[in-house]
Design a protein around this ligand. Sequence first.
Ligand code: MG
Length: 190
Amino acid sequence: MKKRVLVVEDESITRMDIAMMLEDNGYEVIAQASNGEVALEKAFSLNPDLIIMDIKMPKLNGLKASEIISKKLHTPILILTAYSQREYIDKAKQANILGYLVKPITEASLIPAVEIALKQAENANSYREQVQNINKQLQERKVVEKAKGIIMKKFNVHEDDAFKKMRKISMNKQVTLEKVAKHIILKYDV
Ligand SMILES: [Mg+2]
């Protein structure tokens, strides 16, 4: 599936050039915007895979727009700068900004930067997923441990037996151990 890119740049020739380079290289330009405000609108409504964003633009500059987008979306952002705007680069260290390109933009600089940004975003996503899974597992384990403790106390049994009891209920009722644990906590925990 083609990666969907939002191109934000107030100079129309530069914007169209970039869009063409992207399309020539197998990317889909889902929208173009010429200021930061429209960029926000497009980003939130279309949820692109990548945003290429100029800094100096009317209404809302690219750094401010990136900051607002980064609060809601994990979309990777590549920033476009001119040599005269080097001072901005220091500010371009927000979470979602994965790189910057100095104008004039060439295909030789744009495409590798796009590929790297997309790859890094993919890695960050899978890392986030892993962390979420680990948190979920920890949460499940906590619930099971708590329920086990309740059973041990209530029926005066050892840990192993309490666990076996829960596993038996889980198998008999064909529900997860976590569900059994939650039920036990709800029923007996006061
Ligand atoms: Mg500009």
